[in-house]
Design a protein around this ligand. Structure first.
Ligand code: ADP
Ligand code: MG
Length: 317
C-alpha cells in the first residue's frame, strides 16, 4: 500500500466541523467570532514515551489524549488536530487499531483530523491540536494570586504507580494494577472541567510531569508561592495502601502522566467549584493555598514542613 492509500484508508474520516480538511496542501479552519486559537503539539517517541509493543488502540487514544489535556488546561474547546507519523513499515493490523483508538477519542470530543504527514522511520507520533476559546477567557498559568485556593481533579500518582509496578519498583495487587494501568494507558483528558472553569479559575495547568513540577510552573508564571496540605491530596483506593511509603509518596507528588488539571481560584468560588465537580461526577480537591513568595511548601497533618525545596520526593526517605 502506498502513502496515499494509507492516509485515505486509516486517517481520512468525515470532518464535519472543517472548511477544508485532508487532501489539499493545507487545511482551512474557521474560528468563531471573538475566539482565538489555542494550539499545542505533543510528540510521543517509541522507547521514550511508550514501549514499542504497546497496544496500538491504546496508543492511538493516548496520542490524542495528551494533546486534549493541554487544550483542557487552557479552557478551550478542542476542534481540530493534525497527525505527523513516522512508521517503520505499513503494518495494516497496527494502523487499523491505532486509528480506531485515535478516532474513538476524537469523535468523543468533536475533534476533526484535518491533516498531517506520513513518513517511513522509527515509530514517532506527533499531534498538533487546535482549540478555540474567547480571547479573554483562556486559562493561563500566570493568574494565580495570594489567597487563591489550589485545586486538583481526580486522583494523583496512579499512572506513575502502575509504571513503578511494571518496572518492578513496587508490588501491586491485580486489582490495584488494573485501576492504575487504566490511567496510565487510557488517560481521560479533563476537557469538560477546563470549559467549566472559564471565568472561575485564575490559573490552570495539566499535570503531565507530576504535581510539584506542574504546580511549580503556575507559581513561577504567577510569581507566587503555595502551601499544600499533604493529607488533602486525593489518592485512589489503589494508591491508599502505598500512599505513606516513599515510592507511593513520590508517585503522588512527582509522578507523571496523570493528565489531571491543577488550577487555582479565589476562595469565594469554592462552592461553585464543588458544584462543578458534582455536575461532572469528577472528584475536585482543594489541596492548599497560594501565598506571597515563591516555591511550594508541603505540610503533613502534624504541621511539619515536608519539602522545603521544589524537588519533592527525595526528602521523604
Ligand atoms: P504534501 O506533500 O503537500 O505535504 P502530503 O502528501 O504529505 O502533502 O499529504 C497529503 C494530504 O494528506 C494532506 O492534506 C496532509 O495534511 C494529509 N496527511 C498526510 N499524512 C497524514 C496523517 N498521518 N494523518 C492525517 N492526514 C495526513
Ligand atoms: Mg507532506
Amino acid at each position: 500500500m502506498n502513502e496515499f492509500d494509507l492516509i485515505r484508508k486509516y486517517f481520512t474520516r468525515p470532518a464535519p466541523n472543517t472548511l477544508l480538511g485532508i487532501g489539499d496542501d493545507a487545511a482551512l479552519l474557521q474560528v468563531g467570532t471573538g475566539n482565538v486559537l489555542a494550539v499545542s503539539s505533543d510528540m510521543l517517541v517509541s522507547g521514550t514515551h511508550f514501549l514499542p509493543d504497546t497496544d496500538p488502540f491504546l496508543l492511538g487514544h493516548k496520542t490524542l489524549a495528551v494533546n486534549l489535556s493541554d487544550i483542557a488546561a487552557m479552557g478551550a474547546t478542542p476542534r481540530w488536530a493534525t497527525l505527523a507519523i513516522a512508521l517503520p513499515e505499513a503494518d495494516e493490523a497496527w494502523l487499523e487499531k491505532f486509528s480506531a483508538g485515535f478516532f474513538a477519542l476524537a469523535q468523543q470530543h468533536g475533534v476533526d483530523l484535518v491533516g498531517g504527514d506520513t513518513t517511513r522511520g522509527p515509530l514517532n507520533l506527533c499531534v498538533t491540536i487546535f482549540g478555540e476559546v474567547p480571547a479573554q477567557q483562556a486559562l493561563r498559568r500566570s493568574g494565580a494570586q495570594p489567597g487563591d485556593e489550589v485545586w486538583v481533579s481526580g486522583t494523583l500518582g496512579d499512572a506513575a504507580l502502575a509504571l513503578a509496578h511494571l518496572q518492578g519498583r513496587i508490588e501491586l495487587s491485580g486489582e490495584e494494577l488494573a485501576t492504575c494501568a487504566q490511567v496510565l494507558h487510557q488517560p481521560q483528558p479533563r476537557v469538560a472541567l477546563g470549559l467549566a472553569l472559564r471565568g472561575i479559575a485564575s490559573s490552570a495547568i495539566d499535570i503531565s510531569d507530576g504535581l510539584l513540577a506542574d504546580l511549580g510552573h503556575i507559581l513561577e508564571a504567577s510569581r507566587a508561592g503555595a502551601q499544600i496540605d499533604l493529607a488533602s491530596l486525593p489518592v485512589s483506593l489503589a494508591m491508599q495502601p502505598h500512599a505513606a511509603t516513599p515510592p507511593g509518596m513520590q508517585c503522588i507528588l512527582s509522578g507523571g502522566d496523570d493528565y489531571e488539571l491543577c488550577f487555582t481560584a479565589p476562595g469565594a468560588r469554592h462552592a461553585e467549584i464543588t458544584a462543578i465537580g458534582s455536575r461532572l461526577s469528577l472528584r475536585l480537591s482543594c489541596i492548599g493555598n497560594i501565598v506571597a513568595g515563591n516555591g511550594c511548601i508541603v505540610h503533613d497533618a502534624a504541621g511539619n514542613q515536608l519539602n522545603p525545596g521544589s524537588g519533592g520526593y527525595e526528602h521523604f526517605r
